[in-house]
Ligand binder design. Structure first.
Ligand code: GAL
Length: 342
Protein backbone atom coordinates (compact mmCIF):
# COMPACT_ATOMS: atom_id res chain seq x y z
CA UNK A 1 0.00 0.00 0.00
CA UNK A 2 1.28 3.44 -0.86
CA UNK A 3 2.58 5.51 1.99
CA UNK A 4 1.16 8.84 3.08
CA UNK A 5 3.53 11.83 3.28
CA UNK A 6 3.00 12.03 7.04
CA UNK A 7 3.78 8.35 7.76
CA UNK A 8 6.59 8.18 10.31
CA UNK A 9 9.17 5.47 10.93
CA UNK A 10 11.71 4.92 13.69
CA UNK A 11 15.16 3.36 13.80
CA UNK A 12 16.30 2.51 17.32
CA UNK A 13 19.29 0.85 18.89
CA UNK A 14 20.19 -0.46 22.34
CA UNK A 15 22.12 2.71 23.31
CA UNK A 16 19.18 5.07 23.08
CA UNK A 17 19.82 6.43 19.60
CA UNK A 18 16.45 6.97 17.93
CA UNK A 19 15.96 8.30 14.41
CA UNK A 20 12.55 9.35 13.09
CA UNK A 21 11.82 9.99 9.43
CA UNK A 22 8.78 10.60 7.26
CA UNK A 23 7.76 8.88 4.02
CA UNK A 24 7.83 12.36 2.49
CA UNK A 25 11.44 12.99 1.39
CA UNK A 26 12.73 10.22 3.69
CA UNK A 27 12.98 13.31 5.86
CA UNK A 28 15.02 12.89 9.04
CA UNK A 29 12.88 14.84 11.44
CA UNK A 30 14.71 13.90 14.63
CA UNK A 31 17.87 12.08 15.70
CA UNK A 32 18.04 11.51 19.43
CA UNK A 33 21.55 10.90 20.74
CA UNK A 34 22.73 10.55 24.36
CA UNK A 35 25.57 12.65 25.72
CA UNK A 36 28.42 11.54 27.97
CA UNK A 37 26.32 12.50 30.98
CA UNK A 38 23.38 10.48 29.65
CA UNK A 39 21.30 13.46 28.53
CA UNK A 40 19.35 12.78 25.34
CA UNK A 41 19.16 15.59 22.77
CA UNK A 42 17.82 15.89 19.26
CA UNK A 43 20.91 16.65 17.15
CA UNK A 44 19.17 17.72 13.92
CA UNK A 45 17.49 21.08 13.53
CA UNK A 46 13.88 21.12 12.38
CA UNK A 47 10.42 21.42 13.85
CA UNK A 48 8.47 20.10 16.83
CA UNK A 49 5.68 18.43 14.82
CA UNK A 50 5.44 16.38 11.61
CA UNK A 51 2.94 18.88 10.19
CA UNK A 52 5.42 21.72 10.69
CA UNK A 53 8.27 19.63 9.28
CA UNK A 54 6.33 18.98 6.08
CA UNK A 55 5.38 22.65 5.75
CA UNK A 56 8.81 23.98 6.73
CA UNK A 57 12.20 24.25 5.01
CA UNK A 58 11.96 21.79 2.13
CA UNK A 59 15.55 20.56 2.46
CA UNK A 60 15.76 19.91 6.21
CA UNK A 61 16.68 16.23 6.62
CA UNK A 62 15.59 15.38 3.07
CA UNK A 63 16.90 13.05 0.40
CA UNK A 64 17.83 15.31 -2.53
CA UNK A 65 18.00 14.46 -6.23
CA UNK A 66 18.08 13.78 -9.07
CA UNK A 67 21.13 16.00 -9.04
CA UNK A 68 21.89 17.27 -5.56
CA UNK A 69 23.79 20.56 -5.44
CA UNK A 70 24.07 22.84 -8.47
CA UNK A 71 24.11 22.47 -12.23
CA UNK A 72 25.26 25.71 -13.86
CA UNK A 73 22.37 27.45 -15.65
CA UNK A 74 20.50 24.13 -15.33
CA UNK A 75 22.18 23.02 -18.55
CA UNK A 76 24.10 19.94 -19.52
CA UNK A 77 24.87 17.94 -22.65
CA UNK A 78 24.86 14.18 -22.74
CA UNK A 79 25.69 12.08 -25.81
CA UNK A 80 25.37 15.20 -27.97
CA UNK A 81 21.93 16.11 -26.69
CA UNK A 82 21.34 19.36 -24.74
CA UNK A 83 19.12 19.36 -21.68
CA UNK A 84 17.62 22.31 -19.82
CA UNK A 85 16.66 21.69 -16.19
CA UNK A 86 14.67 24.06 -14.02
CA UNK A 87 16.62 27.10 -12.81
CA UNK A 88 15.53 27.41 -9.19
CA UNK A 89 18.53 28.86 -7.35
CA UNK A 90 19.89 32.15 -8.69
CA UNK A 91 21.16 31.30 -12.17
CA UNK A 92 21.43 27.57 -11.39
CA UNK A 93 19.57 24.31 -10.91
CA UNK A 94 19.66 23.05 -7.31
CA UNK A 95 18.70 19.70 -5.74
CA UNK A 96 16.46 18.53 -8.62
CA UNK A 97 14.50 21.79 -8.79
CA UNK A 98 11.29 22.82 -7.04
CA UNK A 99 9.85 19.33 -7.59
CA UNK A 100 12.94 17.41 -6.41
CA UNK A 101 13.00 14.11 -4.52
CA UNK A 102 12.72 16.16 -1.32
CA UNK A 103 9.07 16.84 -2.24
CA UNK A 104 8.13 13.22 -3.01
CA UNK A 105 6.47 10.61 -0.88
CA UNK A 106 8.62 7.48 -0.90
CA UNK A 107 7.48 3.89 -0.42
CA UNK A 108 8.91 2.69 2.87
CA UNK A 109 9.17 -0.87 4.13
CA UNK A 110 10.98 -2.34 7.14
CA UNK A 111 13.68 -4.81 6.09
CA UNK A 112 15.88 -7.37 7.83
CA UNK A 113 19.54 -6.53 7.49
CA UNK A 114 22.34 -8.43 9.12
CA UNK A 115 24.31 -6.77 11.88
CA UNK A 116 21.99 -3.81 12.41
CA UNK A 117 19.38 -2.98 15.01
CA UNK A 118 16.79 -1.73 12.53
CA UNK A 119 16.51 -0.95 8.84
CA UNK A 120 14.09 0.39 6.24
CA UNK A 121 14.13 0.47 2.47
CA UNK A 122 12.77 3.56 0.73
CA UNK A 123 11.94 3.36 -2.96
CA UNK A 124 10.85 5.73 -5.66
CA UNK A 125 10.40 5.54 -9.43
CA UNK A 126 11.07 8.81 -11.20
CA UNK A 127 9.52 8.83 -14.68
CA UNK A 128 11.45 9.50 -17.88
CA UNK A 129 11.50 13.31 -18.17
CA UNK A 130 10.74 13.88 -14.48
CA UNK A 131 12.37 17.16 -13.36
CA UNK A 132 13.34 17.34 -17.10
CA UNK A 133 16.02 14.64 -16.67
CA UNK A 134 16.20 11.82 -19.22
CA UNK A 135 15.48 8.20 -18.32
CA UNK A 136 13.17 6.45 -15.91
CA UNK A 137 15.14 6.27 -12.69
CA UNK A 138 14.45 3.59 -10.06
CA UNK A 139 15.91 4.62 -6.75
CA UNK A 140 16.29 2.78 -3.47
CA UNK A 141 17.70 4.12 -0.24
CA UNK A 142 18.34 1.91 2.78
CA UNK A 143 18.42 3.56 6.19
CA UNK A 144 19.91 1.40 8.94
CA UNK A 145 21.09 1.90 12.49
CA UNK A 146 23.59 -0.38 14.20
CA UNK A 147 24.30 -0.98 17.87
CA UNK A 148 27.64 0.76 17.41
CA UNK A 149 25.69 3.92 16.58
CA UNK A 150 26.24 4.02 12.85
CA UNK A 151 23.38 5.48 10.87
CA UNK A 152 24.02 4.20 7.37
CA UNK A 153 22.42 5.52 4.18
CA UNK A 154 22.86 3.31 1.11
CA UNK A 155 21.64 4.66 -2.22
CA UNK A 156 21.18 2.68 -5.42
CA UNK A 157 19.68 3.72 -8.72
CA UNK A 158 19.19 2.39 -12.23
CA UNK A 159 18.07 4.18 -15.35
CA UNK A 160 16.31 3.28 -18.60
CA UNK A 161 18.27 5.91 -20.62
CA UNK A 162 21.61 7.67 -20.13
CA UNK A 163 21.16 10.36 -17.47
CA UNK A 164 23.01 12.24 -14.73
CA UNK A 165 22.68 11.57 -11.03
CA UNK A 166 23.95 12.82 -7.67
CA UNK A 167 21.92 11.92 -4.59
CA UNK A 168 22.48 13.18 -1.08
CA UNK A 169 20.79 13.60 2.28
CA UNK A 170 20.42 16.97 3.96
CA UNK A 171 20.23 16.88 7.77
CA UNK A 172 21.64 19.93 9.57
CA UNK A 173 23.40 18.85 12.75
CA UNK A 174 23.71 20.71 16.00
CA UNK A 175 25.49 18.47 18.50
CA UNK A 176 24.34 20.57 21.45
CA UNK A 177 20.73 19.85 20.51
CA UNK A 178 18.44 21.69 18.11
CA UNK A 179 17.47 25.08 19.46
CA UNK A 180 20.47 25.28 21.81
CA UNK A 181 22.46 27.97 20.02
CA UNK A 182 24.57 27.81 16.88
CA UNK A 183 27.37 25.57 15.65
CA UNK A 184 30.16 28.15 15.52
CA UNK A 185 31.95 26.57 18.50
CA UNK A 186 31.71 23.06 16.98
CA UNK A 187 35.03 21.76 15.72
CA UNK A 188 35.26 20.26 12.25
CA UNK A 189 38.02 18.10 10.84
CA UNK A 190 38.01 17.13 7.16
CA UNK A 191 40.04 14.56 5.33
CA UNK A 192 40.51 17.05 2.51
CA UNK A 193 43.63 18.84 1.28
CA UNK A 194 41.64 20.41 -1.56
CA UNK A 195 38.29 22.03 -2.24
CA UNK A 196 36.40 23.28 -5.28
CA UNK A 197 36.07 27.07 -4.97
CA UNK A 198 32.86 28.81 -6.03
CA UNK A 199 33.11 30.92 -9.17
CA UNK A 200 31.52 34.30 -8.33
CA UNK A 201 30.36 34.46 -11.95
CA UNK A 202 28.70 31.01 -12.10
CA UNK A 203 27.65 30.93 -8.41
CA UNK A 204 28.83 27.33 -8.43
CA UNK A 205 32.03 25.47 -9.22
CA UNK A 206 33.71 25.97 -12.59
CA UNK A 207 36.29 23.18 -12.45
CA UNK A 208 38.94 24.73 -10.21
CA UNK A 209 40.40 22.54 -7.50
CA UNK A 210 42.52 24.43 -4.97
CA UNK A 211 44.60 23.59 -1.93
CA UNK A 212 43.01 24.40 1.43
CA UNK A 213 46.40 25.15 3.01
CA UNK A 214 46.65 28.80 4.03
CA UNK A 215 42.91 29.43 3.52
CA UNK A 216 39.89 29.37 5.88
CA UNK A 217 38.99 26.05 4.20
CA UNK A 218 41.84 24.30 5.97
CA UNK A 219 40.16 21.78 8.29
CA UNK A 220 42.94 19.21 8.05
CA UNK A 221 43.18 19.46 11.85
CA UNK A 222 40.13 20.12 14.07
CA UNK A 223 39.09 23.78 13.88
CA UNK A 224 36.10 25.77 15.12
CA UNK A 225 33.58 26.43 12.36
CA UNK A 226 33.32 30.01 13.62
CA UNK A 227 36.93 30.62 12.71
CA UNK A 228 36.18 29.93 9.06
CA UNK A 229 32.72 31.49 9.00
CA UNK A 230 33.98 34.81 10.41
CA UNK A 231 36.90 35.03 7.98
CA UNK A 232 37.03 38.00 5.63
CA UNK A 233 38.28 35.82 2.75
CA UNK A 234 36.35 36.34 -0.51
CA UNK A 235 35.22 32.69 -0.75
CA UNK A 236 33.62 32.91 2.68
CA UNK A 237 32.05 36.36 2.26
CA UNK A 238 30.66 35.32 -1.12
CA UNK A 239 28.22 32.94 0.60
CA UNK A 240 28.30 34.42 4.13
CA UNK A 241 29.85 31.32 5.68
CA UNK A 242 30.78 27.87 4.50
CA UNK A 243 28.88 26.46 1.53
CA UNK A 244 31.71 24.59 -0.14
CA UNK A 245 32.53 21.23 -1.60
CA UNK A 246 35.67 19.53 -0.29
CA UNK A 247 37.62 16.95 -2.24
CA UNK A 248 37.98 13.92 0.03
CA UNK A 249 41.58 12.66 0.01
CA UNK A 250 41.57 9.22 -1.68
CA UNK A 251 37.78 9.57 -1.96
CA UNK A 252 35.40 8.12 -4.51
CA UNK A 253 36.17 4.44 -4.02
CA UNK A 254 36.07 2.70 -0.65
CA UNK A 255 34.00 3.92 2.28
CA UNK A 256 36.45 6.04 4.29
CA UNK A 257 36.37 8.70 6.99
CA UNK A 258 35.62 12.08 5.41
CA UNK A 259 34.68 14.34 8.32
CA UNK A 260 34.52 14.59 12.06
CA UNK A 261 32.34 17.16 13.81
CA UNK A 262 32.47 17.57 17.57
CA UNK A 263 31.17 19.75 20.34
CA UNK A 264 33.12 20.15 23.53
CA UNK A 265 30.01 21.47 25.26
CA UNK A 266 27.94 18.29 24.82
CA UNK A 267 30.85 15.89 24.33
CA UNK A 268 29.22 14.50 21.19
CA UNK A 269 31.00 13.74 17.92
CA UNK A 270 29.74 12.68 14.49
CA UNK A 271 32.05 10.88 12.12
CA UNK A 272 31.07 10.87 8.46
CA UNK A 273 32.22 7.99 6.25
CA UNK A 274 31.56 7.75 2.53
CA UNK A 275 32.61 6.28 -0.81
CA UNK A 276 31.82 9.57 -2.56
CA UNK A 277 34.58 11.89 -3.79
CA UNK A 278 33.14 15.06 -2.22
CA UNK A 279 31.42 16.50 0.80
CA UNK A 280 29.51 19.80 0.84
CA UNK A 281 29.76 21.66 4.12
CA UNK A 282 26.94 24.16 4.56
CA UNK A 283 26.66 26.17 7.78
CA UNK A 284 23.04 27.33 7.41
CA UNK A 285 24.07 30.79 6.23
CA UNK A 286 20.58 31.80 5.12
CA UNK A 287 18.70 31.06 8.35
CA UNK A 288 17.52 34.38 9.72
CA UNK A 289 15.50 33.78 12.91
CA UNK A 290 12.18 34.33 11.13
CA UNK A 291 10.76 30.83 11.46
CA UNK A 292 10.07 28.81 14.55
CA UNK A 293 11.93 25.54 14.96
CA UNK A 294 12.36 22.92 17.69
CA UNK A 295 11.61 23.85 21.29
CA UNK A 296 9.64 26.77 19.87
CA UNK A 297 12.93 28.61 19.28
CA UNK A 298 13.69 30.60 16.15
CA UNK A 299 15.95 28.93 13.57
CA UNK A 300 19.01 31.10 13.77
CA UNK A 301 21.84 31.75 11.35
CA UNK A 302 24.48 29.01 11.65
CA UNK A 303 21.99 27.02 13.76
CA UNK A 304 23.12 23.74 12.17
CA UNK A 305 25.67 22.34 9.74
CA UNK A 306 24.95 20.03 6.80
CA UNK A 307 27.58 17.54 5.69
CA UNK A 308 26.37 16.25 2.34
CA UNK A 309 28.35 13.42 0.75
CA UNK A 310 28.16 13.62 -3.04
CA UNK A 311 30.08 14.15 -6.25
CA UNK A 312 31.19 17.70 -7.01
CA UNK A 313 28.82 20.56 -7.79
CA UNK A 314 28.32 21.16 -11.51
CA UNK A 315 30.16 17.94 -12.44
CA UNK A 316 28.03 17.41 -15.58
CA UNK A 317 29.67 20.53 -17.05
CA UNK A 318 33.24 19.90 -15.93
CA UNK A 319 35.22 17.25 -17.74
CA UNK A 320 37.82 17.00 -14.96
CA UNK A 321 35.26 16.46 -12.17
CA UNK A 322 33.92 13.01 -11.27
CA UNK A 323 31.55 11.58 -13.84
CA UNK A 324 27.85 12.07 -13.05
CA UNK A 325 26.60 9.94 -15.92
CA UNK A 326 24.55 6.81 -15.29
CA UNK A 327 23.81 4.50 -18.18
CA UNK A 328 21.32 1.63 -18.58
CA UNK A 329 22.81 -1.56 -17.12
CA UNK A 330 24.92 0.35 -14.58
CA UNK A 331 24.03 0.77 -10.91
CA UNK A 332 24.61 4.07 -9.10
CA UNK A 333 25.84 3.28 -5.59
CA UNK A 334 26.56 5.64 -2.74
CA UNK A 335 27.11 4.98 0.95
CA UNK A 336 27.11 7.61 3.68
CA UNK A 337 27.52 6.78 7.36
CA UNK A 338 26.92 9.19 10.22
CA UNK A 339 28.45 7.59 13.30
CA UNK A 340 27.56 9.08 16.66
CA UNK A 341 30.16 9.01 19.41
CA UNK A 342 29.76 10.35 22.97
C1 GAL B 1 22.85 23.15 0.30
C2 GAL B 1 23.39 24.22 -0.59
C3 GAL B 1 23.05 25.53 0.04
C4 GAL B 1 21.55 25.67 0.24
C5 GAL B 1 21.01 24.44 0.94
C6 GAL B 1 19.51 24.34 0.93
O1 GAL B 1 23.16 21.90 -0.21
O2 GAL B 1 24.77 24.06 -0.77
O3 GAL B 1 23.50 26.61 -0.76
O4 GAL B 1 20.92 25.85 -1.00
O5 GAL B 1 21.45 23.27 0.32
O6 GAL B 1 18.89 25.42 1.49
Amino acid sequence: MANKATDCFKLKNKNGVEITFTAQAGRLISILVPSASGKIDDVVIGYDTVAEALAGDVYFGAICGRYANRVSKGQFTLDGQDYQLEVNNGPNHLHGGSDGFNTRTWNVEPIKKEGVASAYKLTLVSADGDQKYPGELSVSVVYSLSDDNQFKIEYEAETSKPTIINLTCHPYFNLDGAGNGNILEHKLQLNADNYTPISPKLETCDGKIEKVAGTPMDFTSPKKLGEAVRSTADQIRLVDGLDHNFVIDNGGEKVILAAKLSSEKSGRTIEVYTDQPGIQIYTGNHFDSTSKGKQGRLIEKYGGVAMETQIFPNSPNVEAFPNATLRPGEVYKHTCIYKFVW
